[in-house]
Ligand binder design. Structure first.
Ligand code: ADP
Length: 298
């Protein structure tokens, strides 16, 4: 370990001790301390103290509100009591760093029915509905803000608050051409005839395999939500984007909350949103996929 790393680690250690002091009310003895790398720009640790194991993540500077909205989203999902969601201890800011402290999920060996149980539970989550599409606070998808302003129509919500926002940002940041932007707008005109306008469904909002975990009883637990009442097919489509979901998951889901025929053809449509998010977060490598989907419908 070089000097810089030692210094950084020491500084981070003191930061974690401050968080523990502020939230537990005294300076606990840290029994174990383990760094996690995984997400975007956040740093994270598992801290073991007498009271239990905690997961603390943090970032520097200008992400005001990000952990507050994540804490709220974890509570929204947790309050449904459908599946394991880590309990939030607190969030806050110490000097220039924002943090979120929650229960650490200790994974047990996966049960045999892990995927079918997960499918059933996601269907049950999606059966939670609301009078409109949106949520009573805004949140983030990765590092990008996501507006949840209520709307009556789910397809319009997806167009106006999701796809067009990311396309507009990509144009503004010159990640896409005006021509591609216009093609996305023209595609939006067709959408009401292409995707079903179902009732609002409570969705996790960022359901890729990196946010799917196992709890202490060997069943599913979800982390890092960007939830809102939206189109459940958009969530299901996203689960196919990076793979990792077993067929038992989809079968069990379908038994509880059947999916309309032709869903396979709609998957690429819904995935335009996460693809545009990826264009904005990680660059143009995802543009070929966007072009390919648009071409199919032109
Ligand atoms: P980011 O917001 O930076 O994407 P995540 O919340 O996705 O960070 O966490 C990164 C990784 O840490 C996850 O993929 C998961 O493996 C692990 N993780 C997240 N929350 C917990 C938790 N409460 N308990 C145990 N591990 C967790």
């Amino acid at each position: 370990m070089n000097d810089t790393m030692t210094f950084q680690t020491q500084e981070q250690y003191q930061f974690i001790e401050t968080i523990l002091f502020e939230n537990l009310g005294y300076n606990p003895e840290v029994l174990d301390f383990q760094f996690f790398y995984g997400g975007n720009f956040n740093l994270a640790v598992k801290v073991k103290v007498k009271e239990g194991d905690f997961f603390i993540k943090w970032n520097h500077g200008d992400h005001d509100g990000m952990f507050e909205s994540e804490a709220k989203s974890l509570k929204v999902l947790g309050d449904t009591h459908v599946m394991s969601i880590p309990k939030v201890v607190n969030y806050g800011k110490i000097v220039d760093k924002h943090y979120l402290m929650m229960e650490f999920l200790t994974a047990a060996f996966k049960q045999n029915n892990y995927w079918s149980d997960f499918g059933q539970k996601l269907a049950q989550l999606h059966l939670h509905t609301a009078p409109q599409f949106g949520l009573d606070y805004n949140n983030y998808i990765g590092a990008l803000p996501q507006s949840n302003e209520w709307m009556d129509n789910g397809v319009s919500f997806w167009i106006e608050k999701r796809l067009k926002v990311q396309a507009g940002l990509a144009l503004y940041e010159r990640r896409i051409t005006q021509q591609l932007y216009d093609r996305i707008l023209a595609f939006c005109e067709q959408l009401p005839t292409l995707i079903p306008n179902e009732k609002p469904a409570l969705i996790h909002g960022d359901l890729w395999s990196g946010n799917v975990m196992t709890d202490s009883s060997g069943l599913v637990a979800l982390v890092d939500p960007a939830c809102y009442y939206g189109l459940r097919e958009a969530e299901l489509a996203f689960t196919t984007m990076f793979g990792g979901f077993d067929t038992n998951f989809y079968e069990a889901y379908h038994e509880i909350y059947p999916i309309e025929n032709g869903f396979g053809d709609r998957i690429p449509i819904y995935n335009l949103y996460p693809l545009m998010v990826h264009v904005n977060l990680f660059g143009g490598g995802y543009l070929d996929a966007v072009e390919k989907i648009l071409k199919k419908f032109e």
